[in-house]
Design a protein around this ligand. Sequence first.
Ligand code: UDP
Length: 327
Amino acid sequence: MSKDTILVVGGAGYIGSHMVKMLDEKGYNVIVYDNLSTGFEDLILVDNFIKGDIANTRKLDKVFSENDIDAVMHFAAFTQVGESMKNPQKYYKNNVVNVYKLLNRMLKHDIEYFIFSSSAAVYGEPESIPIREYLPRNPINTYGKTKAMVEDILEDYDRAYDLKYSSLRYFNAAGADESSKIGEKHDPETHLIPLVLKTALNEREKIYIFGTDYKTKDGTCIRDYIHVNDLASAHLKAMERLFEGESSEVFNLGSGKGYSVREIIEKSKQITGIDFEVEEAGRRPGDPPVLIAESKKADMLLGWQRKYSLEDIIRTAWQWHKRNQRS
Ligand code: UDP
């Protein structure tokens, strides 16, 4: 088994914690670096945890000096679109300036490989669906702009300093590990599937549908939901591909299938067996009507195979939410 050492920055968060578990199971040495600003210590399933901020370059230098790190995976970004519009300073600082600092520390310590959590938000309102990687990036919110900026930095750092990276543009991450030991936990929660399931658990009175007048089949927004462990397996493959000497690339990570908000609510009612109150509300600013990935590039270059269907996503998320029910 491989014994490369991977620093997972943001490993106490939702996607990071699933990545940490998978890397550990594959035999990698995993070090989690997280400031716990939005992550949770109980989601870290490995022993090697360093509480720290990526803005703290001295601490990063210490981590890089004391450990023989082969690659860095970055999950430590703020991710709320609405908040990014209200408080862009917070987003540019953490999602751009701090990543720039991290990359510079990596260069100083000769760490060559970087796996970056990018987002479908870089596309904005794409001119065609499904979205292919070569479509122009045109983010319509600050969050998406921060992701596009880091992608640009990476491109230049690869050219100038030979830093090898994969930018992984996630569509809608959802679901939980089958063990139910880790899962989606945000405070506050803003995402559709966890909010729907919390409504089924009676932790919320009702679920609001944000916009019913979109030009889609049932008037509600369509998204491409991808299981968090499928995302993690793509990261693993992207990293191993770089280790084999392949070039830096950008990949979409989605399922290629789109589901409307109403469909998610209906499927959740079926899977949980619980009926709950749904209310139609106005549009949420910054929401593109349809986002569906074309992920053939990841399928072909990474040999990526998705294991989880939408039913699996809702089922595993439901198991996790039941287990972590507010008492
Ligand atoms: N959404 C909704 N009600 C909610 C939360 C989300 O109708 O309580 C909609 C949202 O407007 C979007 C879709 O569900 O069209 C997915 O939203 P989410 O925040 O989960 O992910 P995003 O696509 O914004 O990354």
